[in-house]
Design a binder for this molecule. Structure first.
Ligand code: ZN
Length: 401
């Protein structure tokens, strides 16, 4: 069946009518030097179009983002139908492709998107529905998806979690996904550059991942995969507590530092976080919770505006955009200072160790719900300083486990 590719205005693509299917960038496509810019533009466009629109990354024929419409199939499952223009990125596009405004290599900073807060919130809610549709994908589905989307670190981590620990097998897995045209054909002795690429995958991706998974004191991946509630869900659950309207904030001193206002229902949870981090050897320098402000890079209120999120040591646990959606990079440094130095050198994303984060994620309510979630687990951004309450006010008030 030939899939008709429509532009977002609903007309067939120009330029031979096959731009969408042949994969050749056409007149309606855009080209950006930086991947982040291409993605930001595509997201901006999808948001302006409203809920039901999303952005999909496609590595072929040349890596790009495209707009897609979220559709519900006859079986009730949500799917994505590719529609509309594409946002390519990379070194240089063909001459007939429109470049990001400003021309090749000179893309100006993005202006603030002209999107109403309502459209913004609706878009975000639609994204979350899409991401949380149906049962959570099983680990091998996660592995297939990560390989298809060329998210190698995530694919390797998933394969290790599934029990593959052989470095050659892991390297083959990534290499063959990177070269589907070879259909698994082994590298011949004259294929020098491919052999080099295979070794590079092993040395820079597979071996570090294996080392991380063996890090001292690590008991391997957690037995139960933590269930993080979406920020939209939490915002709804805590809606009446925005800005301390229903219950005033209380001052809480944590780690012997300057007291920070927090929502009174959350005091026990933050005390448990304090115990978890102290027991695993983390010494915070700054801790802050309540702040009546919108989220970074958006208009919806931050969970800090409800007193249910705490930031710890921003310089060593920074907020970073990670549009490629890699897994968080922990530092293997033996001391907090060394790990922080690796973060500043951009070799790692956080000064927390996996054990420290897991100790916080292991805090549960009496009902066994994960009480606190970590922003370092998020996909498109890493907010490593950020811990947020992961349950509703009623769930939290039933007490911790
Ligand atoms: Zn925060």
């Amino acid at each position: 069946m030939r899939q008709q590719s429509l532009t977002e205005e609903g007309t067939a693509p120009r330029g031979g009518g096959s731009a969408g299917t042949a994969g050749v960038p056409g007149r309606r496509d855009h080209w950006y030097a930086a991947r982040a810019d291409a993605r930001a533009r595509a997201v901006q466009r999808a948001r302006a179009l409203g809920p039901g629109w999303t952005v999909v990354h496609d590595p072929r024929p040349r890596p790009h983002y495209h707009l897609a419409r979220v559709v519900r199939g006859p079986d009730g499952r949500l799917g994505r139908r590719r529609v509309g223009r594409r946002f390519f990125y990379g070194e240089a596009g063909p001459p007939h492709v429109r470049l990001g405004e400003g021309g090749r290599g000179a893309v100006p900073p993005l202006p603030a998107p002209a999107v109403s807060p309502e459209a913004d919130a609706a878009w975000e809610a639609a994204q979350e529905e899409r991401e949380r549709q149906g049962p959570a994908p099983g680990p091998d589905q996660q592995l297939r998806t990560a390989l298809a989307e060329r998210r190698w670190p995530q694919a390797i981590a998933t394969a290790i979690a599934l029990g593959t620990r052989d470095e050659n097998a892991l390297t083959d897995l990534v290499f063959s996904a990177a070269h589907p045209e070879r259909r698994g054909r082994p590298i011949a002795s004259h294929e020098r550059s491919l052999a080099q690429e295979w070794r590079r995958i092993r040395d820079t991706l597979v071996r570090p991942a294996l080392r991380r998974s063996y890090s001292p004191g690590s008991a391997g991946p957690p037995a139960v995969v933590p269930v993080a509630r979406s920020t939209t869900w939490l915002r709804r659950a805590w809606a009446e507590h925005l800005g301390g309207k229903t219950v005033p904030m209380v001052d809480l001193r944590l780690f012997g530092l300057r007291p920070t206002p927090v929502h009174p229902y959350t005091v026990d949870a933050w005390r448990a976080l304090e115990r978890a981090l102290t027991a695993t050897g983390y010494r915070p320098r700054s801790v802050w919770n309540y702040n009546n402000r919108p989220i970074t890079g958006g208009s919806a209120p931050s969970l800090h505006a409800y007193g249910i999120a705490t930031d710890i040591d921003p310089p060593c646990n920074p907020y970073r955009l990670t549009p490629d959606q890699p897994a968080v990079r922990f530092s293997a440094g033996p001391t907090q200072e060394q790990r922080c130095a690796e973060v500043e050198a951009r070799l790692a994303d956080t000064a927390f160790t996996p054990e420290q984060v897991r100790a916080v994620e292991a805090i549960t309510t009496v009902d066994g719900l994960q009480a606190i979630a970590w922003g370092g687990r998020w996909r498109s951004v890493k907010d490593a300083m950020h811990f947020q309450i992961n349950v509703s006010p009623d769930e939290l008030r039933r007490g911790l486990g």
